[in-house]
Write a protein that binds this ligand. Structure first.
Ligand code: FUB
Length: 314
């Protein structure tokens, strides 16, 4: 073989290798064919599959009022995300107005999958007049069927988060400015107790509460939004109600942070959205993922935003 041919072959094989390496990275945003926000990540019975549920931002949105169509995505390798389509739309809900499908949360109880979501019951001012809807499905990919609302969670509130502890008890977190928590009954349609205000050791809560547990510690995280600081903060406690000790930044660079956190195949991940990808705005967002690291004392290493994302797992 002459040296020109050899050089050409070597360049071609380097190129193939380079392209293969790229495909082994998730590459942020991980979902590009539709605008999605507020990713809620879950592992159900099948430990080998990770599910993400998102809210939907129309590509021409100029505010949040037109948000609609929650979607489900699944992955087994953190690189290929299968779109299962729209799983609940405002037109499928017997109460409420078109649009206004704000950030949902999902849960599994007694063999059924639940979508618990904030939706406006009337033409509204921003974040006013919201009910907490509940929809159910026999399978994780939906579609989900409206079964009513949770009494006692209404008015000026958004962003529910269901956390199920190791003993099987589920807690509902929610709120704007003042985060709240209450146990849920197993029917996932009723609170099992009076809501409590959460003491998280600071006064900068805006919205987007998230709860996760690792090594016996309860991590209460949230968006500080427009309250003087930027991005997401977190606090740590030793039970689901708190009080929690404030620790600081989790996501310091995303003004309107809305995240979820999960361990999958031995690695912790931080799912979030960005508002500046390919013509994006605060109302035209895209879902991304990063690794989440913990220090030895249980505190979190603030997440760095990357274009590279995360690598494939087996
Ligand atoms: O996506 C609509 C709202 O914006 C969510 O409910 C908030 O958390 C913020 O992401």
């Amino acid at each position: 073989m002459n040296s020109t041919k050899e050089n050409a072959l070597s360049i071609a094989s380097s190129l193939v290798f380079f392209l293969m390496s790229i495909s082994l990275l998730a590459q942020n945003p991980i979902i590009r064919h539709v605008r999605t926000a507020d990713p809620s990540a879950h592992i159900w019975d099948d430990n080998g599959t990770l599910w993400i549920y998102t809210s939907g931002d129309p590509d021409d949105a100029v505010d949040y009022t037109t948000m609609d169509g929650y979607r489900a995505f699944s992955t087994t390798d953190m690189v290929n995300f299968k779109d299962h389509g729209v799983i609940l739309h405002s037109k499928d809900i017997s109460w409420g107005v078109p649009g206004f499908m704000f950030a949902p949360t999902f849960a599994f109880k007694n063999g059924k999958y639940y979508c618990i979501y904030p939706h406006a019951y009337d033409s509204v001012e921003f974040k006013d007049k919201f009910y907490c809807g509940v929809a159910v499905s026999d399978v994780p990919q939906g579609p989900f069927k409206d079964i009513g609302i949770i009494e006692g969670v209404s008015g000026n509130w958004i962003d529910p988060c269901v956390f199920t502890d190791d003993d099987g008890t589920s807690y509902l977190y929610w709120g704007v400015y003042q985060p709240k928590v209450a146990k849920l009954k197993d029917n996932m349609l009723e609170l099992a107790e009076e809501p409590r205000d959460i003491d998280y050791g600071e006064d900068n809560f805006f919205e987007a509460v998230y709860m996760h547990k690792k090594d016996g510690l309860y991590y209460f995280s949230y968006n500080t939004g427009t309250r003087g600081q930027k991005g997401g903060d977190y606090s740590i406690g030793d039970n689901p109600y708190g009080p929690f000790e404030h620790k600081g930044d989790i996501n310091p660079w995303q003004l309107q942070d809305h995240h979820s956190i999960i361990e999958f195949k031995g690695q912790w991940y931080f799912f979030y959205h960005v508002d500046d990808w390919n013509g994006g705005t605060g109302f035209r967002r895209n879902t991304c993922v990063e690794y989440l690291d913990y220090n030895e004392d249980g505190t979190l290493v603030p997440v760095k935003r990357t274009k590279k994302g995360v690598e494939a797992v087996k």
